[in-house]
Ligand binder design. Structure first.
Ligand code: NDP
Length: 328
């Protein structure tokens, strides 16, 4: 039987999510990869247990995480049932709808039909009555924003989602979404954009917009899917994401990117950190970023990444040196 570590909350400083009352851990765990039906269930289960033992209270999912689609939610539901039955109120669990999930015109997008049906399916798979956060997973220009936000408002009123968020929306659409939600008395809790040393688009306008709106920010893929570790510096390891095809674009491994990663790795070493740790600490250097949303294939990776919290501070010189290399 799993008994969580007694001291799990002792060493973590939780961060306020925008101007809401909700706090999130500085590092959250996502189940996009490594938790599907084709992965080893017990490895994923060990990662979730270890994360919780180290104060990670937030787990991020989506309807189609797997493969196959839906299987990460199913596996997570089993883990919840077996290990976390008496800890539901210590967890922030999120899911999303927007990308392709099932066949036909209602199986993806931002329509009210898709979003509400998808949430009900996610709740069934995870065997939950509610999620803590539900996201519109992506902007859908072919659907009126009022319709997508209306679906979020409805699930919020029904108590099926305690908070709502959006993912990958640009600054202007974010502003419009927040306004529609606010008019219905529903705050826009959080935005989930990509953000890393190799992908800095949110620095341009989005972060300032979120600060103004009082919306939190959880940065996904802070390791650029593993690129911001030292694993690709001497070729592609057989067990790495880049070797599996799928979401990792091979052009990420360009000589230009690898040179950047090599330079960043040298800076990390001087700081006494692994590159993964520095990459995570770097996204958290900005107080507008509430949480870094990482993935981990095993407990060793998770432990390495969580140790980023041992050194979150950067000198002005270090930041300037990083800026000289980290450009997208
Ligand atoms: P990361 O950038 O953290 O990449 C995780 C991968 O990096 C791991 O699977 C592993 O890959 C490698 N890795 C992790 N830690 C280490 C380490 N310490 N040392 C060496 N290698 C390491 O995040 P993800 O791309 O996995 O995304 C994280 C989460 O963000 C997702 O699970 C999901 O919840 C969310 N997300 C949301 C999206 C959205 O549209 N809203 C889109 C994408 C992600 P390997 O197998 O190669 O070892």
């Amino acid at each position: 039987m799993y008994v969580p570590a007694q001291n799990r909350y002792d060493d973590v400083t939780y961060r306020q999510c925008g101007r809401s009352g909700l706090k999130l851990p500085p590092i959250s765990l996502g189940l996009w990869h490594n938790f599907g039906g084709t992965d080893v269930f017990e490895t994923g289960r060990a990662v979730i247990r270890r994360a919780f033992d180290r104060g990670v209270t937030h787990f991020d999912l989506a309807n189609n995480y797997g493969p196959p689609y839906g299987s990460a939610e199913e596996n997570f539901g089993l883990i919840l049932e077996r290990d976390f039955r008496s800890h539901r109120d210590e967890l922030i669990i999120s899911s999303k709808a927007g990308w392709d999930m099932w066949a036909g015109p209602y199986g993806l997008g931002g329509s009210r039909k898709h979003v509400l049906a998808s949430l009900d399916q996610s709740l069934k798979r995870m065997k939950l009555d509610y999620v803590d956060i539900f996201y519109s997973h992506r902007p859908t220009p072919d659907v009126p924003l009022e319709e997508t936000m209306g679906a979020l408002v409805q699930m919020h009123r029904q108590g099926k989602a305690l908070y709502v968020g959006i993912s990958s929306y640009g600054p202007e659409r974010t502003r419009q979404a927040e306004k529609i939600l606010r008019a219905e008395g529903v705050p826009l809790l959080i935005h989930q954009p990509s953000y890393s040393l190799l992908n800095r688009w949110i620095e341009d306008k989005l972060l300032a917009t979120l600060e103004e709106l009082g919306t939190g920010c959880i940065a996904f893929s802070p390791l650029a899917q593993g690129m911001l570790t030292n694993k690709y510096l001497n070729g592609v390891p057989a067990d790495a994401r880049a070797a599996k095809g799928g979401s990792f674009q091979q052009d990420m491994l360009s000589e230009q990117n690898l040179a950047m990663v090599r330079a960043l790795d040298a800076i990390a070493k001087r700081r006494g950190q692994t590159l993964a740790q520095m990459a995570i600490a770097w996204v958290l250097r900005d107080p507008r970023v509430t949480s870094a949303l990482i993935g981990a294939r095993n407990v060793a990776q998770l432990d390495d990444s969580l140790d980023a919290l041992n050194n979150l501070t950067f000198t002005a010189e270090e930041l300037a040196e990083i800026d000289a290399h980290a450009r997208d």
